[in-house]
Design a protein around this ligand. Structure first.
Ligand code: AQP
Length: 335
């Protein structure tokens, strides 16, 4: 039976990258009638230091972002990871299945530690993909909608499932498929077309936050790095122009048009003409979400209630899977 799981870290405000690469597609999957679970992965967030009050606020803000973008707690199970302890328990088992060498090859680990002192990174940051495998497999999820940057972690999840099944001679965990679709599976920084747009980039002008108001969105798009060339007739003409390509991809993803159709409309025009159109489109798409997030944030108790109810439903699926896993592994379970 197909089942969808995905999560986002409450490690800062939501960006346009999170929206186009993840949340917008979470909503599409929810509305296709498949069973969907969407998580705020707060235990992943603490792999780097988070101020406790900020973490609570960011988790509620992420929940508000999910709801404002169209996730419906009557259709999807919405919850924060730490309220379902089966994630951490299965994560430990997977720490014992996954190999150090696999973790060492993770590009996100390498990116987050190169040039810095890896000795000072938390053990949790190193083991993060193993907990992510547990997040997915504790629901026997078959499909995981993610942005391009998470593809390697979903592949590792498949490796962990296969090694567990092999080592214990069972056919227990499914081999999960990453679902990486849409015109903007990798939204790039507005200041540097070689870096992905990220919550934790020190430059606020590098990203559009879902909480930015209309003026801020328009000003960030106006300031976005581009070049002096007009837009070409076909996507190949953008191959050596990462910043220009990024803005076309964003336009396509927000409008629902194909990239070719966007170029069909704007070929021959420069960014002086394209950017205001993109700004209008971004404001029209994002401003209603931002307003709704603000409204939802006025009632944090209601958000906490939704997360608690979601965690109960998630635990009802996860706990039997964990219990069976512990049986397979050989743990005595006499209470
Ligand atoms: N730039 C992006 N383009 C497309 N998809 C993206 N995602 C993130 N950035 C982009 C997708 O959003 C989901 C949640 O990501 P996450 O919160 O787990 O962490 P991340 O991928 O590490 O996101 P950030 O914004 O870059 O966070 P920091 O700065 O804290 O590392 C995933 O599906 C991801 O693919």
């Amino acid at each position: 039976k197909p089942r969808v799981f995905s999560g986002i870290q409450p490690s800062g405000g939501l960006t346009l990258g999170n929206y186009l690469g993840a949340i917008k597609r979470f909503v599409d999957m929810q509305d296709s009638g498949i069973e969907t679970l969407y998580c705020m992965v707060d235990m992943h967030a603490i792999t780097v230091w988070q101020d406790p009050e900020a973490l609570r606020r960011q988790t509620r803000e992420l929940a508000a972002g999910y709801l404002a973008a169209g996730l419906d707690p009557a259709k999807s199970i919405l919850f924060n990871q730490s309220q379902v302890s089966a994630h951490a328990e299965l994560g430990w088992v997977f720490n014992c299945v996954a190999r150090m060498g696999w973790m060492n090859r993770m590009t996100q680990w390498k990116d987050k530690t190169t040039g810095k002192n890896a000795e000072q990174a938390s053990l949790g940051l190193f083991a993060y993909p193993s907990l992510m495998a547990a997040d997915i497999l504790v629901y026997h999820a078959t499909h995981v909608p993610v942005g391009e940057d998470q593809k390697q972690h979903v592949e590792l999840t498949r490796d962990i499932a296969a090694k567990f099944n092999h080592d214990y001679k069972v056919d227990f965990f499914p081999i999960t498929e990453p679902v990486i679709e849409g015109a903007a599976t990798r939204v790039m920084s507005l200041r540097d077309g070689s870096k992905k747009m990220s919550k934790s980039d020190p430059s606020d002008n590098s990203r559009i936050n879902l909480t930015d108001d209309a003026d801020k969105i328009a000003s960030k798009i106006r300031k976005a790095k581009t070049d002096a060339e007009p837009l070409p007739e076909s996507m190949e003409g953008l191959d050596a122009r990462p910043e220009a390509k990024n803005l076309v991809n964003i336009y396509a993803a927000l409008s629902g048009m194909s990239k070719e159709a966007v170029l069909g409309e704007f070929a021959g025009q420069g960014f002086g003409a394209f950017k205001p159109k993109l700004a209008d489109l971004a404001v029209a798409s994002l401003a209603p979400i931002s307003v709704e997030m603000g409204r939802l944030m006025e009632d944090p108790a209601e958000i906490d209630r939704i997360l608690g109810a979601g965690a109960d439903r998630a635990a009802a699926i996860a706990e039997p899977v964990l219990a069976q896993t512990l049986d397979i592994v050989g743990m005595i379970r006499s209470r």
